[in-house]
Design a binder for this molecule. Structure first.
Ligand SMILES: Cc1ncc(COP(=O)(O)O)c(C=O)c1O
Length: 360
């Protein structure tokens, strides 16, 4: 009997460990690049205040949140669209600018969802080689064809954590033909610094082919609430709204994100702690003989130098300490694993467990 045809094949995921922890230890998930802290005081208050109105949809245009974002980032509210995490907005962008037969260009180890966006549109994904796990601007420019419609670039990138210096990014944006939409995904921008973020937004000035995507999931620690936003040319906004659902960002999420913008002292202090901890971990792990890629994010990608041994480390961290990390699944990254920076105590747990692995 024939059956309905699905156009999409499953994503090949080298799964995270999901069996029970053998020692009954609490599980610490360091596999999703989340922040390890609870809501900031103003976010908690906003969530409590919104809870009684859980029956109500969030306003589809997220007006107050867009005003807050515009004020905080020196932008205009009508250059901003919010979405159910920036992941939704990446898809919304792909729905607008790519169809079957088109090409979407990314860097070889670019964020995995870029490839999913392409697949959903039936577009062809083209990957430009990287140099030492960093985006190679010349390789990207050289991979442009007359079918290229979109270029997605996460900077800093996930899963590598590496950063393309601003001058290189400028060179890329300056040299991409203006009919190709360039999407600069700044999900981890806050872990670089405010000036890097502002400079990325400035890339949109005088251009109608640059979009910047941001998120409340990483530095703001609100991944579970799903709020992302996009700074796009004003004339791109109607198409983006047409591609997005009306109820994308729920009322609690909007209120929490607005409140987070009022709690920047706490947010910035947390980002600073994560960055300091990342540097501490990178230093110790390097001293232990592991290879650690330079990261500008809230996570590190590391390797023992060999795929089977790295896999054994992934399993050891779970069995020994209840730590769940991410196996990197992209072709070419088989030797590596990635984990997010936790609280100082969680990071100590990780370092102690790595030491036991290397001693064993
Ligand atoms: C580079 C990058 N972009 C976008 C996202 C999506 O984040 P969210 O949908 O939570 O905003 C992630 C999440 O891990 C990411 O790593």
């Amino acid at each position: 009997m024939s059956k309905p045809h699905s156009y999409l094949e499953p994503l090949v995921v080298r799964g995270r460990i999901s069996r029970p922890q053998p020692k009954g230890l609490p599980i610490v998930n360091l596999g999703f690049n989340e922040l390890p802290y609870g809501p900031t005081p103003k976010v908690e208050q906003a969530l409590n205040e919104t809870l009684p109105r859980a029956y109500a949809y969030g306003g589809p245009y997220c007006d107050a949140l867009r005003d807050g974002l515009a004020a905080a980032n020196g932008l205009e509210a009508d250059e901003i669209i919010c979405g159910n995490g920036s992941e939704e907005l990446l898809d919304v962008i792909a729905r607008n600018y790519a169809r079957g037969g088109d090409e979407i260009l990314i860097s070889a180890y670019g964020y995995i969802q870029f490839e999913m966006c392409a697949r959903r549109q039936g577009a062809r994904i083209v990957k430009a080689p990287e140099a030492d796990f960093v985006t190679d601007v010349d390789a990207l420019l050289g991979a442009i064809t007359d079918k290229t419609k979109l270029l997605f670039l996460a900077n800093p990138n996930n899963p590598t954590g590496t950063l393309l210096p601003m001058a290189q990014m400028q060179r890329l944006v300056d040299n991409v033909p203006s009919h190709i939409m360039v999407v600069l995904d700044l999900a981890y921008g806050e872990f670089v610094d405010g000036e890097y973020c502002r400079a990325t937004h400035r890339m949109t000035q005088g251009r109608s082919n640059v979009i910047v995507t941001r998120t409340f999931s990483k530095a703001y620690g609100l991944a579970g609430l799903r709020v992302g936003w996009t700074h796009a040319p004003k004339d791109a906004l109607p198409g983006l709204y047409a591609a997005r659902g009306m109820g994308s960002v729920n009322a609690m999420a909007q209120a929490a994100a607005e409140a987070a913008l009022q709690d920047m002292d706490v947010v910035n202090a947390r980002v600073s702690e994560v960055v300091a901890e990342r540097q501490r971990l990178a230093g110790v792990l390097t001293q232990c003989g592991l290879k650690v890629l330079p990261s500008e994010t809230n996570f590190l990608m590391i390797t023992t130098g060999e795929a089977d041994e790295t896999e054994a480390l992934v399993v050891h961290l779970f069995d020994d300490a209840g730590l769940v990390v991410a196996r990197t699944r992209e072709t070419g990254l088989e030797d590596w694993m990635r984990f997010s920076i936790g609280t100082p105590a969680q990071n100590d747990l990780l370092l102690a467990s790595v030491a036991r692995f290397l001693d064993g």
